[in-house]
Write a protein that binds this ligand. Structure first.
Ligand code: ADP
Ligand code: MG
Length: 267
């Protein structure tokens, strides 16, 4: 596994990047982590505070993170460490208090709501701890829902065969070809999460953001979901960022970074 590399200060970060096999000294002081050369997404001094009765609750206190294109990055941290907050910011679902978020060479945190929604729909897929499947629809229909919403009824019907083929291909990749016409109530937790993964990928996103995707599953099903994610990461040239409190689950990823006390920390 190739863990995140450590940089002590901005000058180090700006200097020529060493090769992937380089070993970096681990600093005991505050560190900034940099994962990569080829960044699909990066955050720069990202800060987020919540306010209660005008009292500031700082959650992210300056996160500098680079996510490598086509790789599976896991962000680990204890409950309450700000993992979901960070992921929501990366997915443009919430706005940072300070700092920047860059995606594919463009700054996205300060874009208009319309542009952010466009990027979210076209470029990002998201999965969560709970699957949020529609109970009255079958597995196949659930996977097709984002296409129905995006296209509107006429375009959807014109392209229904193409969309259905894509949905069936994805369901095959996550091992659910034999569950196409089951309703969520007839599926196991692992099968529901794999349906949610296929749904997140139906529109061919380039970045998948996953918030504790195995959080509601037993170990065996958690591993099956991880294995599906790894396969999709390779086959679809997908960049995956997953947050989890589970170190064992995170160990499967290509890169691991830790979030603690609002900052990235050494592993
Ligand atoms: P994690 O996902 O690592 O468990 P979160 O990002 O959900 O952590 O939350 C980090 C901290 O921010 C927690 O202390 C939580 O209570 C607080 N928090 C999260 N969302 C809000 C919110 N909308 N308003 C106020 N505080 C929040
Ligand atoms: Mg969370």
């Amino acid at each position: 596994m190739n863990n995140a590399r450590l940089f002590k200060n901005q000058d180090d970060m700006d200097s020529t990047l060493p090769s992937a096999s380089s070993n970096f000294p681990v600093s005991n002081g505050p560190v900034q982590l940099r994962v990569v050369k080829n960044a699909a997404m990066k955050t720069v001094d990202l800060r987020k505070s919540y306010y209660k009765h005008r009292v500031e609750l700082p959650v992210l206190k300056g996160v500098d993170l680079e996510i490598e294109e086509g790789q599976f990055t896991a962000i680990i941290g204890q409950s309450g460490s700000g993992k979901s907050t960070l992921l929501h910011l990366m997915g443009t679902l919430d706005a940072p208090t300070e700092g920047e978020i860059w995606y594919d060479g463009a700054r996205i945190d300060n874009m208009s709501a319309r542009h952010r929604e466009h990027i979210r729909n076209q470029e990002f897929g998201m999965i969560f701890q709970f699957y949020h499947l529609l109970p009255e629809l079958t597995t196949l229909e659930n996977v097709l829902v984002p296409r129905m919403v995006q296209c509107g009824i006429f375009k959807y019907w014109r392209q229904k065969r193409e969309f259905t083929n894509r949905a069936m291909e994805l369901l095959d990749r996550v091992g659910l070809s034999h569950r196409l016409h089951h309703k969520p109530s007839q599926l196991s937790g692992g099968e529901m999460q794999r349906t949610a993964i296929a749904r997140a990928l139906i529109s061919k996103p380039r970045l998948l953001l996953a918030d504790e995707p195995t959080g509601n599953l037993d170990r065996e099903n958690g591993e099956i979901v991880m294995s599906s994610l790894m396969t999709l990461c390779r086959d679809e040239q997908l960049t995956i960022v997953m947050v989890t409190h589970d170190e064992e689950i995170a160990n499967t990823a290509d890169h691991i970074v830790r979030l603690a006390d609002g900052r990235l920390a050494a592993i």
